[in-house]
Write a protein that binds this ligand. Sequence first.
Ligand SMILES: Nc1nc2c(ncn2[C@@H]2O[C@H](COP(=O)(O)OP(=O)(O)O)[C@@H](O)[C@H]2O)c(=O)[nH]1
Ligand SMILES: [Mg+2]
Length: 278
Amino acid sequence: MSTTPWAPLARQRARRARHAAEVRDLVTELGRQDFDRRHPNAQFGPVLVLIASYLEADNIGPVLKAVPHEVHGLQVSTLVVVDGGDDGTEDIVAAHGHYCARLPVNMGQGVALRLGYRLADAHGARYVVTIDADGQNDPGEVEDLVEPVIVGDADVVIASRRLGVDETSDRLRRSGVVVFSEIVNRLTGQHLTDTSNGFRAFRIEVLRDIELEQDQYQTAEVIISAASRGWRLDERPTVWHPRTSGSSKKGHNVFFGAQYARVIARTWWREHRTGPRR
Ligand SMILES: Nc1nc2c(ncn2[C@@H]2O[C@H](COP(=O)(O)OP(=O)(O)O)[C@@H](O)[C@H]2O)c(=O)[nH]1
Ligand SMILES: [Mg+2]
């Protein structure tokens, strides 16, 4: 047994991490059961638009309405994972006739998306497009974003506000997008311009393969894990709109930046201590 003075602290940290993982698994399972109750015979179209939503009842309606029913001749289904909150988002989703899974408590965007990826795989989706609930992405761009994945030119496609138009006025966030893209590119050998954009298209095989553990600031984890495992990444221009209403739930820019940097470092270390996977 270790005799260093840090051993009790390390044990306490490990215990806390184990407990957090158990809570995450339990809440995710409750979300999965909620989905099964709402949709006992769910069968998604080949393309699934996946939206993680936390307290976006004021914003999500127009987003749901604008999702196309078909792209490139393939049927599109929409799944919203409602991540806790008591604003009745699930009723809005039901009124639009879309699929819904509700987590009983707020767990973070990463946890909600992971449940969505599992459901996508379990119910027949071949391509998954993640899009924000707050109106910052235009669902009309789904067709363009998913095209390289459908035709087989790429495995993951990320929307880029730097290749397109950024209609927001936050200059600090904009600088962060540039700096963090540069760091992620240096670490992964990619040439991406917007690594913190959550508007992305995936081949389902990628989502089965990559390792995801981040609860909230998950965009860099997706890219670093996918690139490290040899999947082909590409990007498409997007128009990045201001939120329809409310403010970012990711915290102040400085906090956001610190968390994002932590996720980059942690994911890179995790992917590289075990060597190449594919
Ligand atoms: N499921 C879930 N989604 C979240 C959470 N925080 C933010 N989101 C969703 O993630 C998307 C982006 O979040 P937002 O706060 O706008 O972050 P930003 O656009 O990076 O400033 C929106 O659709 C939010 O509803 C959360 O704790 N849980
Ligand atoms: Mg947003």
